[in-house]
Design a protein around this ligand. Structure first.
Ligand SMILES: NC(=O)C1=CN([C@@H]2O[C@H](COP(=O)(O)OP(=O)(O)OC[C@H]3O[C@@H](n4cnc5c(N)ncnc54)[C@H](O)[C@@H]3O)[C@@H](O)[C@H]2O)[C@H](O)CC1
Ligand SMILES: [K+]
Length: 214
C-alpha cells in the first residue's frame, strides 16, 4: 500500500505521541538503510561520504554514519550548513554523538572539497520536507553526487524528487538504491529511473499509529 507524505507525517507524529519517539524511528531508519547497503557493498575500509541536510533526512544519514563506522568503513559526514542550524532535537542528538567519535570525520558549512575519492555516497540531503527550487549548498551537493563515479544510496528518496508527486525540482539526484521508511510514498515509484533499487523498510512504528489515518 502506498501512502501520502501527509499521512506519513501524521503517522510519525501519532507514533511519537504514543511514546515511540522520533529519535527511535530515526535510529531504526538509519540501521535499516545500512543493512540494505551492506547487501550490495562490503564497506570495510571503503571511503563513504555522507551528505547530510539540516532536517531529519540528514539525521537518518547521521545514524548511518555511526553504524557504518561500526563496520569499519572510512566515513566522512558533510553537514550542509552550520551545526547550530540543525533543525530537530533528534538530529542534534545524533550529531553530538558523532562529535565524540574519532572514527567518523565531520565536516560542515556552506561549501566543500574532499581529499579522497568516495566509493559510496549517501544522499541524506532532502526527504519528505522538500519544497521549491533547490537552494545552496544542497544544489552543489546534488550536482556533486551526479558527477561522481561511485555507488549512490538515497535515504528515503533521491534528493530533489518530490515523494508525493513524483515530480523533480530544478536539480535532483540519481541513485543506485533508495530505502524509504515505514511505507512507500506515492510519488517515489514513479521515478525508478532515479531511485535505482527501491525498498520500503519498517522502522518500528506501532501499527496502531495508523488508526484513523490510513
Ligand atoms: N517517515 C518517517 O517515519 C520518518 C522519517 N524520517 C526522515 O525524516 C525526513 C523528513 O524530515 P524533515 O526534517 O521533515 O524534512 P527534510 O529533512 O526532508 O528537509 C528539511 C529541511 O530542508 C530544507 N529545505 C526544504 N526544501 C529545500 C530546498 N528546495 N532547498 C534547500 N533546502 C530545502 C528546509 O529548511 C527543511 O526544514 C524523511 O524524509 C526521513 O528521511 C525520520 O528520521 C524518522 C521517521
Ligand atoms: K535524500
Amino acid at each position: 500500500m502506498e501512502i501520502t507524505v501527509d499521512q506519513m507525517y501524521n503517522i510519525e507524529n501519532k507514533g511519537h505521541e504514543m511514546g515511540f519517539l522520533k529519535k527511535f524511528m530515526m535510529e531504526n531508519a538509519g540501521a535499516a538503510a545500512v543493512r540494505r547497503l551492506l547487501e550490495k557493498i562490503d564497506v570495510e575500509s571503503k571511503n563513504i561520504l555522507i551528505f547530510a541536510g539540516l532536517g531529519n533526512n540528514g539525521g537518518d544519514g547521521l545514524v548511518m554514519a555511526r553504524h557504518l563506522a561500526g563496520y569499519n568503513a572510512k566515513v566522512t559526514v558533510m553537514l550542509l550548513g552550520s551545526p547550530e542550524k540543525i533543525k530537530t532535537e533528534e538530529s542534534n542528538w545524533n550529531w553530538s554523538i558523532l562529535q565524540k567519535m574519532s572514527s567518523v570525520k565531520l565536516m560542515s558549512g556552506d561549501s566543500f572539497e574532499f581529499n579522497f575519492k568516495p566509493d559510496v555516497i549517501i544522499d541524506g540531503i532532502l526527504g519528505t520536507g522538500i519544497s521549491g527550487d533547490i537552494r545552496e549548498p544542497y544544489a552543489s551537493a546534488i550536482n556533486f553526487i551526479n558527477e561522481a563515479n561511485c555507488y549512490k544510496f538515497a535515504v528515503d528518496v533521491p534528493s530533489g524528487l518530490d515523494p508525493q508527486t513524483g515530480e523533480t525540482a530544478n536539480i535532483y539526484a540519481k541513485s543506485d538504491m533508495t530505502v524509504t521508511f515505514h511505507k512507500m510514498k506515492q510519488g517515489i515509484p514513479k521515478r525508478k529511473d532515479l531511485t535505482g533499487e527501491l525498498y520500503a523498510e519498517k522502522i518500528g512504528i506501532p501499527p496502531e499509529a495508523e488508526v484513523g489515518i490510513l
